[in-house]
Design a protein around this ligand. Structure first.
Ligand SMILES: Cc1ncc(COP(=O)(O)O)c(C=O)c1O
Length: 359
Protein backbone atom coordinates (compact mmCIF):
# COMPACT_ATOMS: atom_id res chain seq x y z
CA UNK A 1 0.00 0.00 0.00
CA UNK A 2 1.33 3.48 -0.86
CA UNK A 3 0.77 5.43 2.37
CA UNK A 4 -0.90 8.85 2.37
CA UNK A 5 2.14 10.39 4.08
CA UNK A 6 5.69 9.43 4.95
CA UNK A 7 8.40 11.59 6.57
CA UNK A 8 11.75 11.93 4.78
CA UNK A 9 14.61 11.04 7.14
CA UNK A 10 18.27 10.28 6.48
CA UNK A 11 21.46 9.66 8.41
CA UNK A 12 21.72 13.35 9.27
CA UNK A 13 18.62 13.28 11.48
CA UNK A 14 19.85 10.06 13.15
CA UNK A 15 23.29 11.61 13.79
CA UNK A 16 21.79 14.87 15.11
CA UNK A 17 19.54 13.01 17.57
CA UNK A 18 22.40 10.73 18.66
CA UNK A 19 24.59 13.75 19.38
CA UNK A 20 21.88 15.32 21.57
CA UNK A 21 21.30 12.08 23.47
CA UNK A 22 25.04 11.62 24.01
CA UNK A 23 25.27 15.19 25.33
CA UNK A 24 22.70 14.40 28.01
CA UNK A 25 21.01 17.77 27.31
CA UNK A 26 17.77 16.41 25.92
CA UNK A 27 15.24 18.97 27.24
CA UNK A 28 14.87 22.49 25.85
CA UNK A 29 18.32 24.11 25.44
CA UNK A 30 20.90 25.22 22.90
CA UNK A 31 19.51 23.13 20.02
CA UNK A 32 16.12 24.80 20.48
CA UNK A 33 17.69 28.28 20.54
CA UNK A 34 19.57 27.54 17.29
CA UNK A 35 16.46 26.05 15.65
CA UNK A 36 14.46 29.14 16.58
CA UNK A 37 17.08 31.46 15.08
CA UNK A 38 17.32 29.45 11.88
CA UNK A 39 13.53 29.17 11.52
CA UNK A 40 13.04 32.93 12.01
CA UNK A 41 15.68 33.60 9.37
CA UNK A 42 13.96 31.17 7.00
CA UNK A 43 10.58 32.88 7.45
CA UNK A 44 11.94 36.41 7.34
CA UNK A 45 10.81 37.28 10.87
CA UNK A 46 12.90 38.70 13.69
CA UNK A 47 11.67 36.10 16.21
CA UNK A 48 10.62 32.47 16.40
CA UNK A 49 9.64 30.53 19.51
CA UNK A 50 9.58 26.73 19.44
CA UNK A 51 6.65 24.93 21.08
CA UNK A 52 5.59 21.37 21.87
CA UNK A 53 3.15 21.19 18.91
CA UNK A 54 1.08 23.31 16.55
CA UNK A 55 -1.93 23.47 18.86
CA UNK A 56 0.13 24.88 21.73
CA UNK A 57 1.70 27.34 19.25
CA UNK A 58 -1.80 28.60 18.38
CA UNK A 59 -2.89 28.70 22.03
CA UNK A 60 0.18 30.60 23.23
CA UNK A 61 0.08 32.87 20.17
CA UNK A 62 -3.58 33.76 20.76
CA UNK A 63 -3.00 34.37 24.48
CA UNK A 64 -0.06 36.65 23.74
CA UNK A 65 -2.28 38.57 21.30
CA UNK A 66 -4.59 39.22 24.23
CA UNK A 67 -7.42 36.84 23.33
CA UNK A 68 -9.51 36.24 26.45
CA UNK A 69 -12.96 35.13 27.63
CA UNK A 70 -15.73 37.14 25.98
CA UNK A 71 -13.76 37.72 22.77
CA UNK A 72 -14.66 36.32 19.38
CA UNK A 73 -12.10 35.06 16.88
CA UNK A 74 -13.14 34.38 13.28
CA UNK A 75 -11.80 31.09 11.92
CA UNK A 76 -12.51 29.07 8.78
CA UNK A 77 -15.04 26.25 9.14
CA UNK A 78 -13.01 24.03 6.80
CA UNK A 79 -9.78 23.27 8.68
CA UNK A 80 -8.30 20.95 11.28
CA UNK A 81 -10.13 21.21 14.60
CA UNK A 82 -7.16 22.78 16.44
CA UNK A 83 -7.63 26.09 14.59
CA UNK A 84 -10.92 26.53 16.47
CA UNK A 85 -10.21 24.67 19.73
CA UNK A 86 -7.14 26.83 20.37
CA UNK A 87 -9.54 29.80 20.51
CA UNK A 88 -11.80 27.88 22.93
CA UNK A 89 -8.71 27.10 25.04
CA UNK A 90 -8.40 30.88 25.61
CA UNK A 91 -12.01 30.96 26.84
CA UNK A 92 -12.96 32.93 23.71
CA UNK A 93 -15.51 31.98 21.08
CA UNK A 94 -14.48 30.71 17.65
CA UNK A 95 -16.83 32.07 14.98
CA UNK A 96 -16.55 29.60 12.14
CA UNK A 97 -17.14 31.07 8.69
CA UNK A 98 -17.25 29.64 5.20
CA UNK A 99 -14.32 29.24 2.82
CA UNK A 100 -13.65 29.96 -0.87
CA UNK A 101 -14.28 27.06 -3.19
CA UNK A 102 -11.16 27.60 -5.32
CA UNK A 103 -8.53 28.00 -2.58
CA UNK A 104 -10.19 26.23 0.40
CA UNK A 105 -9.12 29.37 2.34
CA UNK A 106 -11.31 31.53 4.59
CA UNK A 107 -13.73 33.73 2.64
CA UNK A 108 -13.16 37.51 3.09
CA UNK A 109 -16.89 38.11 2.38
CA UNK A 110 -17.89 35.62 5.07
CA UNK A 111 -15.48 37.32 7.50
CA UNK A 112 -17.09 40.72 6.86
CA UNK A 113 -20.56 39.31 7.56
CA UNK A 114 -19.45 37.89 10.92
CA UNK A 115 -17.61 40.81 12.54
CA UNK A 116 -19.22 42.02 15.78
CA UNK A 117 -18.01 44.43 18.50
CA UNK A 118 -16.55 41.36 20.27
CA UNK A 119 -14.38 40.30 17.32
CA UNK A 120 -10.68 40.60 18.20
CA UNK A 121 -8.85 38.52 15.62
CA UNK A 122 -9.04 36.51 12.42
CA UNK A 123 -7.18 33.24 11.93
CA UNK A 124 -6.26 32.59 8.31
CA UNK A 125 -5.28 28.99 7.59
CA UNK A 126 -2.97 28.26 4.65
CA UNK A 127 -4.78 25.01 4.04
CA UNK A 128 -3.10 22.12 2.22
CA UNK A 129 -0.03 24.30 1.57
CA UNK A 130 -1.58 27.24 -0.29
CA UNK A 131 -1.69 30.73 1.30
CA UNK A 132 -5.18 32.09 2.00
CA UNK A 133 -6.20 35.53 0.70
CA UNK A 134 -3.76 37.39 2.95
CA UNK A 135 -4.15 40.86 1.35
CA UNK A 136 -7.94 40.84 1.76
CA UNK A 137 -7.65 39.72 5.39
CA UNK A 138 -4.97 42.31 6.13
CA UNK A 139 -7.23 45.03 4.69
CA UNK A 140 -10.14 43.91 6.89
CA UNK A 141 -7.89 43.78 9.96
CA UNK A 142 -6.53 47.26 9.28
CA UNK A 143 -10.00 48.72 8.76
CA UNK A 144 -11.63 47.03 11.77
CA UNK A 145 -8.60 47.09 14.08
CA UNK A 146 -8.32 43.30 14.38
CA UNK A 147 -5.31 41.06 14.78
CA UNK A 148 -4.36 38.67 11.98
CA UNK A 149 -3.13 35.27 13.11
CA UNK A 150 -1.70 32.88 10.56
CA UNK A 151 -2.20 29.15 10.97
CA UNK A 152 0.79 27.93 8.95
CA UNK A 153 0.62 24.33 10.20
CA UNK A 154 0.41 23.02 6.64
CA UNK A 155 2.44 25.58 4.71
CA UNK A 156 6.13 25.75 5.72
CA UNK A 157 7.92 27.70 3.03
CA UNK A 158 4.84 28.77 1.04
CA UNK A 159 5.02 32.28 -0.44
CA UNK A 160 2.37 34.97 -0.80
CA UNK A 161 3.36 37.78 -3.17
CA UNK A 162 6.93 36.53 -2.84
CA UNK A 163 7.05 36.59 0.98
CA UNK A 164 7.03 33.57 3.31
CA UNK A 165 3.86 32.75 5.22
CA UNK A 166 4.32 33.32 8.93
CA UNK A 167 5.69 36.81 8.28
CA UNK A 168 2.35 38.57 7.69
CA UNK A 169 0.33 38.18 10.91
CA UNK A 170 0.84 39.29 14.51
CA UNK A 171 1.96 35.67 14.88
CA UNK A 172 2.40 32.70 12.55
CA UNK A 173 1.85 29.25 14.04
CA UNK A 174 3.48 26.13 12.59
CA UNK A 175 3.15 22.41 13.30
CA UNK A 176 5.93 19.84 12.91
CA UNK A 177 3.73 16.74 13.18
CA UNK A 178 5.20 13.81 11.16
CA UNK A 179 2.78 14.21 8.23
CA UNK A 180 3.73 17.87 7.77
CA UNK A 181 6.15 19.28 5.15
CA UNK A 182 8.87 19.15 7.81
CA UNK A 183 8.79 17.40 11.17
CA UNK A 184 10.33 17.23 14.63
CA UNK A 185 8.13 14.28 15.74
CA UNK A 186 5.71 16.44 17.69
CA UNK A 187 6.56 20.14 17.69
CA UNK A 188 5.56 23.64 16.69
CA UNK A 189 6.86 27.17 16.16
CA UNK A 190 5.50 30.69 16.53
CA UNK A 191 6.96 33.39 14.28
CA UNK A 192 6.59 37.11 14.91
CA UNK A 193 8.32 40.43 14.25
CA UNK A 194 7.21 41.86 17.61
CA UNK A 195 9.92 41.34 20.23
CA UNK A 196 7.66 42.22 23.19
CA UNK A 197 5.11 39.67 21.99
CA UNK A 198 7.92 37.13 21.58
CA UNK A 199 9.10 37.72 25.16
CA UNK A 200 5.54 37.20 26.41
CA UNK A 201 5.22 33.96 24.43
CA UNK A 202 8.52 32.72 25.89
CA UNK A 203 7.06 33.22 29.37
CA UNK A 204 3.70 31.66 28.48
CA UNK A 205 5.27 28.46 27.15
CA UNK A 206 7.48 28.16 30.22
CA UNK A 207 5.14 28.29 33.26
CA UNK A 208 4.73 32.06 33.17
CA UNK A 209 8.31 32.34 34.43
CA UNK A 210 9.98 35.73 34.02
CA UNK A 211 13.12 34.81 36.01
CA UNK A 212 14.17 31.44 37.39
CA UNK A 213 11.38 30.36 39.79
CA UNK A 214 9.68 33.75 39.55
CA UNK A 215 6.23 33.22 38.05
CA UNK A 216 4.36 36.37 37.07
CA UNK A 217 1.39 34.88 35.22
CA UNK A 218 -0.31 31.56 34.56
CA UNK A 219 1.75 29.75 31.98
CA UNK A 220 2.15 26.29 30.51
CA UNK A 221 4.81 23.75 29.72
CA UNK A 222 4.68 24.03 25.93
CA UNK A 223 8.44 23.68 25.33
CA UNK A 224 10.07 21.75 22.48
CA UNK A 225 12.88 19.33 23.38
CA UNK A 226 16.47 19.50 22.09
CA UNK A 227 15.80 16.11 20.47
CA UNK A 228 12.93 17.57 18.42
CA UNK A 229 14.94 20.70 17.62
CA UNK A 230 17.90 18.61 16.39
CA UNK A 231 15.60 16.82 13.93
CA UNK A 232 13.99 20.14 12.98
CA UNK A 233 17.32 21.82 12.19
CA UNK A 234 18.19 19.07 9.71
CA UNK A 235 14.68 19.10 8.23
CA UNK A 236 14.83 22.90 7.83
CA UNK A 237 17.96 22.55 5.67
CA UNK A 238 15.96 20.22 3.38
CA UNK A 239 12.59 21.96 3.40
CA UNK A 240 12.97 23.74 0.05
CA UNK A 241 14.13 20.55 -1.67
CA UNK A 242 11.29 18.59 -0.07
CA UNK A 243 8.75 21.24 -1.15
CA UNK A 244 10.17 21.18 -4.69
CA UNK A 245 9.64 17.41 -4.78
CA UNK A 246 6.04 17.86 -3.60
CA UNK A 247 5.49 20.45 -6.34
CA UNK A 248 6.98 18.14 -8.97
CA UNK A 249 4.69 15.31 -7.87
CA UNK A 250 1.70 17.64 -7.88
CA UNK A 251 2.57 18.90 -11.39
CA UNK A 252 2.80 15.29 -12.60
CA UNK A 253 -0.66 14.58 -11.16
CA UNK A 254 -2.15 17.72 -12.68
CA UNK A 255 -0.73 16.79 -16.08
CA UNK A 256 -1.67 13.11 -16.06
CA UNK A 257 -4.89 12.72 -14.09
CA UNK A 258 -7.65 12.95 -16.61
CA UNK A 259 -11.08 11.81 -15.47
CA UNK A 260 -14.40 13.56 -16.07
CA UNK A 261 -15.55 13.10 -12.47
CA UNK A 262 -12.33 14.26 -10.80
CA UNK A 263 -11.52 17.94 -10.24
CA UNK A 264 -7.93 18.94 -9.59
CA UNK A 265 -6.55 21.57 -7.19
CA UNK A 266 -5.72 25.05 -8.50
CA UNK A 267 -2.72 27.24 -7.77
CA UNK A 268 -3.95 30.80 -7.31
CA UNK A 269 -2.35 34.08 -8.41
CA UNK A 270 0.08 35.55 -5.88
CA UNK A 271 0.60 32.13 -4.25
CA UNK A 272 3.33 29.54 -4.31
CA UNK A 273 1.88 26.23 -3.15
CA UNK A 274 3.85 23.69 -1.09
CA UNK A 275 1.33 20.84 -1.54
CA UNK A 276 1.10 19.62 2.02
CA UNK A 277 -1.81 17.74 0.50
CA UNK A 278 -2.84 17.21 -3.11
CA UNK A 279 -6.61 17.37 -2.73
CA UNK A 280 -8.92 16.31 -5.54
CA UNK A 281 -12.68 16.71 -5.53
CA UNK A 282 -15.14 14.07 -6.59
CA UNK A 283 -18.75 15.11 -7.15
CA UNK A 284 -22.00 13.14 -7.32
CA UNK A 285 -21.57 11.42 -3.95
CA UNK A 286 -18.86 9.18 -5.43
CA UNK A 287 -15.88 10.22 -3.27
CA UNK A 288 -16.00 7.24 -0.90
CA UNK A 289 -16.39 4.85 -3.84
CA UNK A 290 -13.20 6.28 -5.37
CA UNK A 291 -11.36 5.98 -2.04
CA UNK A 292 -12.33 2.26 -1.88
CA UNK A 293 -11.24 1.73 -5.48
CA UNK A 294 -7.87 3.34 -4.76
CA UNK A 295 -7.47 1.29 -1.59
CA UNK A 296 -8.02 -1.89 -3.63
CA UNK A 297 -5.38 -0.59 -6.04
CA UNK A 298 -2.93 -0.20 -3.14
CA UNK A 299 -3.17 3.60 -2.95
CA UNK A 300 -3.73 5.12 0.49
CA UNK A 301 -5.90 8.25 0.66
CA UNK A 302 -7.35 10.45 3.40
CA UNK A 303 -10.24 12.84 3.82
CA UNK A 304 -9.20 16.28 5.03
CA UNK A 305 -11.78 16.93 6.45
CA UNK A 306 -14.97 14.84 6.58
CA UNK A 307 -16.81 17.15 9.01
CA UNK A 308 -16.48 20.96 8.97
CA UNK A 309 -15.55 22.42 12.34
CA UNK A 310 -18.92 24.17 12.77
CA UNK A 311 -20.67 20.78 12.41
CA UNK A 312 -18.49 19.02 15.01
CA UNK A 313 -20.33 17.76 18.12
CA UNK A 314 -18.00 19.79 20.34
CA UNK A 315 -19.50 22.99 18.88
CA UNK A 316 -23.13 21.77 18.72
CA UNK A 317 -24.16 24.34 21.34
CA UNK A 318 -22.64 27.34 19.55
CA UNK A 319 -24.87 29.12 17.06
CA UNK A 320 -22.89 29.74 13.93
CA UNK A 321 -23.45 31.06 10.42
CA UNK A 322 -24.21 28.38 7.81
CA UNK A 323 -21.15 27.25 5.85
CA UNK A 324 -22.52 25.59 2.70
CA UNK A 325 -19.22 25.50 0.80
CA UNK A 326 -17.45 23.78 3.70
CA UNK A 327 -20.28 21.22 3.94
CA UNK A 328 -19.99 20.53 0.21
CA UNK A 329 -16.20 20.25 0.32
CA UNK A 330 -16.37 17.83 3.24
CA UNK A 331 -18.37 15.45 1.02
CA UNK A 332 -16.12 15.81 -2.04
CA UNK A 333 -12.46 16.12 -1.02
CA UNK A 334 -9.93 13.31 -1.20
CA UNK A 335 -6.20 13.68 -0.48
CA UNK A 336 -3.71 11.67 -2.55
CA UNK A 337 -0.16 10.74 -1.49
CA UNK A 338 2.17 13.56 -2.66
CA UNK A 339 5.12 13.29 -0.25
CA UNK A 340 8.69 13.69 -1.55
CA UNK A 341 9.76 10.02 -1.34
CA UNK A 342 7.25 8.72 -3.95
CA UNK A 343 8.90 6.89 -6.86
CA UNK A 344 7.98 7.58 -10.48
CA UNK A 345 6.42 4.09 -10.61
CA UNK A 346 4.22 4.89 -7.60
CA UNK A 347 3.19 8.25 -9.08
CA UNK A 348 2.30 6.60 -12.41
CA UNK A 349 0.37 3.90 -10.60
CA UNK A 350 -1.67 6.54 -8.73
CA UNK A 351 -2.51 8.37 -12.00
CA UNK A 352 -3.37 5.15 -13.85
CA UNK A 353 -5.56 3.91 -11.00
CA UNK A 354 -7.49 7.19 -11.00
CA UNK A 355 -7.87 7.27 -14.79
CA UNK A 356 -9.07 3.64 -14.87
CA UNK A 357 -11.78 4.25 -12.26
CA UNK A 358 -15.17 3.55 -13.85
CA UNK A 359 -18.03 5.16 -12.01
C1 LIG B 1 -4.39 23.61 10.07
C2 LIG B 1 -3.83 23.02 11.34
N1 LIG B 1 -3.79 23.77 12.45
C3 LIG B 1 -3.27 23.30 13.60
C4 LIG B 1 -2.78 22.02 13.71
C5 LIG B 1 -2.29 21.52 15.01
O1 LIG B 1 -0.97 21.05 14.98
P1 LIG B 1 -0.48 19.88 15.95
O2 LIG B 1 -1.09 18.61 15.47
O3 LIG B 1 1.00 19.90 15.82
O4 LIG B 1 -0.93 20.23 17.32
C6 LIG B 1 -2.78 21.21 12.56
C7 LIG B 1 -2.25 19.83 12.62
O5 LIG B 1 -2.67 18.95 11.94
C8 LIG B 1 -3.33 21.71 11.35
O6 LIG B 1 -3.36 20.97 10.24
Amino acid sequence: MIPIAHPVFGDQEVDAVSAVIRSGMIASGEEVVSFEKEFAEYCGTSEAIATSNGTTALHAGLLACGIKPGDEVIVPSFTFIATATSVSMCGARPVMVDVCEDSFGISPDAILESITPRTKAIIGVHLFGQPCNISAIQDICAEKNLQFIEDCAQAHGALYKGKKVGSFGSVGCFSFYPTKNMTTGEGGMITTCDSALADHIRRLINHGQSKKYLHTEIGYNYRLTNIGAAIGRVQLKKIDTMNEARNKNAALFSKNINHPKIFLPQILNDCSHVFHQYVIRVGGGKRDELASWLSNEGVGTAIHYPIPVNEQPVYANISNPACPISSKLAKEVLSLPVYPGLSIEELSHICNSLNRWSC
